[in-house]
Design a protein around this ligand. Structure first.
Ligand code: C5J
Length: 226
């Protein structure tokens, strides 16, 4: 499939095409006013800059009929899958399960918990509901990736140092070759995003690679045309 110009060195795409796009938690709860992110005191507008980039990557994967996985951080309405420590953590204006302007905060199925309209999954794409920060914890992600024999993951979404980094580390430990999209991930804290990019690719890519979306898209265009 070719390679992507990346850091700390080029990322080789698998010759059998077993690569998936992972879009982490691009939910109203984190990107829009009235959700979990804002309840924790964050400026949610900071995360919106990556929407066009993630849209472009989504188009490329769809055009190439490659698998796409979306994740949603959310809990059951009765909160039985939410550890008390997570429920109590922080001094936000609203807690998980409280009623906000977009429905109950971080509860599956509520308007605020849904993926933003700009990145709505297609019926053919897999949506992983996750109670934790990592997308492998208490989900079927590993089984679904194995079923499709996926070995390489192109990772996008929010927030870089929380759910994105946790998922990337989980994936790394399970043997996946992970590439984090530099302009396809964002944080409420720019310095945390920068630190995450650097720690991922340090020590010869101890957790994986990072690359700009233009280099990723170029590699896929080359793959398609020959
Ligand atoms: C957070 C996430 N930040 N998706 N979740 O609580 O990163």
């Amino acid at each position: 499939m070719g390679s992507i110009q990346a850091q700390p060195y080029d990322y080789e795409l698998p010759s059998n095409g077993k690569v998936a796009l992972i879009i982490i938690d691009m939910q109203r709860d984190f990107l829009e006013s009235g959700g979990f992110g804002e309840a924790l005191g964050n400026d949610v507008s900071l995360l919106r800059s990556i929407i066009p980039t993630v849209q472009k990557l989504l188009e490329v994967f769809r055009a190439n009929q490659l698998p796409v996985f979306h994740t949603i951080e959310g809990h059951k309405p009765d909160l039985s899958d939410c550890p008390p420590a997570k429920l109590e953590r922080g001094k936000g204006s609203l807690k998980i399960g409280d009623m906000g302007t977009m429905g109950r905060i971080l509860i599956l199925g509520e308007m605020g918990n849904n993926i933003i309209p700009e990145l709505q999954p297609k019926d053919t794409e897999i949506v992983i509901n996750k109670p934790g920060k990592g997308a492998f914890y208490a989900t079927s992600l590993q089984e679904q990736l194995q079923e499709k024999q996926i070995t390489h993951l192109i990772i996008t979404g929010v927030t870089t140092e929380v759910c994105v980094q946790t998922t990337m580390r989980e994936a790394n430990d399970r043997g996946y070759e992970c590439l984090l999209v530099e302009d396809g991930t964002e944080s409420y804290f720019p310095q945390f995003k920068q630190a995450t990019l650097e720690m991922v690719r340090a020590q010869g890519g101890i957790v994986g690679w990072t690359a700009h979306s233009t280099d990723i898209i170029q590699a896929f265009e080359g793959w398609k045309t020959g």
